[in-house]
Ligand binder design. Structure first.
Ligand SMILES: Cc1cc2nc3c(=O)[nH]c(=O)nc-3n(C[C@H](O)[C@H](O)[C@H](O)COP(=O)(O)O)c2cc1C
Length: 303
C-alpha cells in the first residue's frame, strides 16, 4: 500500500529522527544527528530532571537545532522539566506516554512543533484531534516503553487512513531497506531508537553497549520488572521492551525487595545481566560502535 508522502513540518535533509531516548540520547547524539542531516532529539526518560536536561542542552553547539522528548508522568511530577523544555525552543517537542494532550496547545502557542507517539488507532485519532504536528506510530517491535498492541506496519496503515497529518514510523527500523519500505508505505519519515544506542555519541554505558552488540533479534522481552524494581511511576499497562537477561528471567513474576537491591547493585557495577537495556526487535543489526553520522548515513542510503 502506498499513499502520497505528507511533508514534514521541519527542515531536514533526511526524514530520519533519532528517538528521544532517556539515558541514551543526550545533546552530543542529538547534535550529531542534526548535523548529519537528520533531526536529533534529546531524551529525558524516567530519570529526567531539570539538571539533566540543562546539562545535555549545554552540549548542543550554537546554531544546531534539536528536538526534546520528555515523559508525561515525569513532567507531571516535575512541571519545571516541561517548562525548561519549552524555554529551550526545540524544533520538535514530544511528551510521551500520557493520555492528556493539553501540552500540544502550550507548545504550539510558542511556535514549537509537536510529535505524539501512538500505539493504536484510537491513539492516532486522539493525536489528530488534539492537533499534533506529527504523529509517531510506535509498533510493538519498538524498544523502550509502550503499549505493545499493534505491529508497526498495520498501525501505519490504520493511522494514515484516519489522519492527513505527517506520520513517522517507529519500531525496528534498522536498515536502509526498512527506511525505504516505511516511506513507500506512506510514512513521511522514521523515528529511530535502537539503531542509535551504540553510536559513539550516545550516553549508553560500556556494559549496555556490550550487551546490545551481542544481542540477536530474539533476545528482547516485554517487562515491567525494572520499573517495579526502580520504583518508577510507569502505568502498569505500559511495559518496556528490553534485552532479556538474568534479571528478567529470575524476577519474571515481579520484583521483590531482593530484586530491588540486585537491580541497584547491577546499575552501580554497570553489569548488563541485571540492568534494563532498552532495545527493539532490530537490535540484531547492531554490530559495531559507529559515529552517529555513519549510522544516519547507512539508514539514509536508499533515500
Ligand atoms: C534506549 C531507549 C530509550 C528510550 N527512551 C524513551 C524516552 O525517554 N522517551 C520516549 O518517548 N521514548 C523512548 N524510547 C522509545 C523511542 O521513542 C522509540 O519509540 C523506539 O526506540 C522506536 O523503536 P526502535 O528502538 O526499535 O527503533 C526509548 C527507546 C530506547 C531503545
Amino acid at each position: 500500500m502506498s499513499s502520497p508522502a505528507r511533508a514534514l513540518p521541519f527542515d531536514a535533509r533526511f526524514a530520519i529522527v533519532n528517538a528521544p531516548m532517556g539515558g541514551v540520547a543526550g545533546g552530543a547524539l542529538a547534535s550529531a544527528v542534526t548535523r548529519a542531516g537528520g533531526l536529533g532529539m534529546i531524551g529525558q526518560g524516567s530519570a529526567g530532571s531539570v539538571a539533566s536536561l540543562t546539562a545535555q542542552l549545554a552540549l548542543v553547539p550554537e546554531g544546531v537545532r534539536v528536538g526534546i522528548g520528555v515523559v508525561d508522568w515525569v513532567v507531571r511530577r516535575d512541571p519545571a522539566l516541561l517548562e525548561l523544555a519549552l524555554d529551550a525552543d526545540p524544533v520538535l517537542l514530544s511528551v510521551g506516554f500520557g493520555d492528556e494532550l493539553d501540552w500540544i496547545r502550550r507548545a504550539q502557542d510558542r511556535g514549537i512543533l509537536t510529535a505524539v507517539q501512538v500505539f493504536d488507532g484510537e491513539g492516532a485519532r486522539a493525536a489528530d484531534a488534539a492537533g499534533a504536528d506529527v504523529i509517531v506510530v510506535r509498533g510493538r517491535e519498538a524498544g523502550g516503553h509502550g503499549r505493545h498492541l499493534v505491529d508497526r506496519d498495520a498501525l501505519l496503515d490504520e493511522t494514515l487512513s484516519v489522519t492527513d497529518r505527517p506520520v513517522l514510523a517507529a519500531g525496528a527500523i534498522a536498515t536502509a531497506a526498512d527506511v525505504r519500505a516505511a516511506l513507500d508505505r506512506g510514512a513521511s519519515g522514521v523515528w529511530v531508537g535502537t539503531a542509535f544506542t551504540t553510536a559513539v555519541e550516545a550516553l549508553s554505558s560500556r556494559g549496555s553497549r556490550a550487551a546490545l552488540l551481542a544481542a540477536g533479534p530474539d533476545d528482547t522481552v516485554l517487562t515491567s520488572v525494572f520499573d517495579q524494581a526502580a520504583g518508577w511511576g510507569w502505568p502498569s499497562d505500559i511495559p518496556e521492551r528490553v534485552l532479556a537477561n538474568a534479571f528478567t528471567a529470575r524476577w519474571a513474576s515481579g520484583a521483590s525487595p531482593v530484586a530491588r537491591a540486585e537491580f541497584a547493585a547491577a546499575g552501580a557495577h554497570d553489569d548488563p545481566r541485571g540492568m534494563s537495556v532498552n532495545a527493539g526487535l532490530g537490535v540484531g543489526h547492531l554490530t559495531e560502535e559507529l559515529p552517529a553520522a555513519d549510522v544516519l548515513g547507512a539508514l539514509a542510503a536508499g533515500l
